[in-house]
Design a protein around this ligand. Structure first.
Ligand SMILES: [Zn+2]
Length: 172
């Protein structure tokens, strides 16, 4: 079963990890991270402005992409690869870069950590997902400004829960 993005625009649905229902994404080599070579994900300019700790004089009106490779220090890079922002230049710790850190946030809007998910029972995990969904539905989220990936965290949360509830490491 394929999961589709059902986030509202304010949750960053344009840059969501999940495929949108009706749009097709175009792949461009420009989207490859200059450091690790993996394809980055476009983020909105306001996400970069909200998350970098550098002076905003450095942030330009160009397309930036988010690199989610765990071992890669690059968080944002420009499509021309002229500019990069690495983990040390980001105001938040980035879930994708340290997914095993116990106090790293996985939901940046409602402040749920990886450790919260790990410690929770299956019922409590459902309650966490419900809490996030409720917040999104009433417009309390600001994923584009809070989450370094610039979009809703639900894909990450659901994937993490699935992984936690799998008894052993197994390839899918
Ligand atoms: Zn990278």
């Amino acid at each position: 079963m394929t999961e589709h993005c059902c986030c509202p625009p304010e949750a960053g649905n344009e840059v969501c990890d999940l495929p949108a229902k009706n749009t097709r994404r175009t792949a461009r080599a420009l989207n490859d991270c200059p450091e690790c070579g993996k394809t980055g994900k476009p983020v909105q300019g306001q996400t970069v402005k909200a998350l970098v700790s550098a002076t905003l004089h450095e942030v330009q009106e160009i397309q930036y992409l988010f690199c989610r490779t765990q071992t890669c220090p690059v968080v944002y890079f420009s499509t021309d690869s002229e500019q990069i922002f690495t983990v040390g230049e980001i105001r938040e710790r980035v879930y994708q870069k340290e997914p095993e850190a116990q106090d790293v946030l996985i939901c940046y809007c409602f402040r749920h950590t990886v450790d919260d998910l790990r410690a929770a029972s299956p019922e409590e995990r459902i309650a966490i997902v419900d809490d996030i969904n409720t917040g999104i539905n009433v417009g309390q989220c600001a994923c584009d400004l809070r989450n370094p990936q610039g979009s809703c965290c639900l894909g990450n949360v659901r994937a993490r829960i699935k992984q936690l509830e799998k008894p052993a490491v197994a390839a899918t």
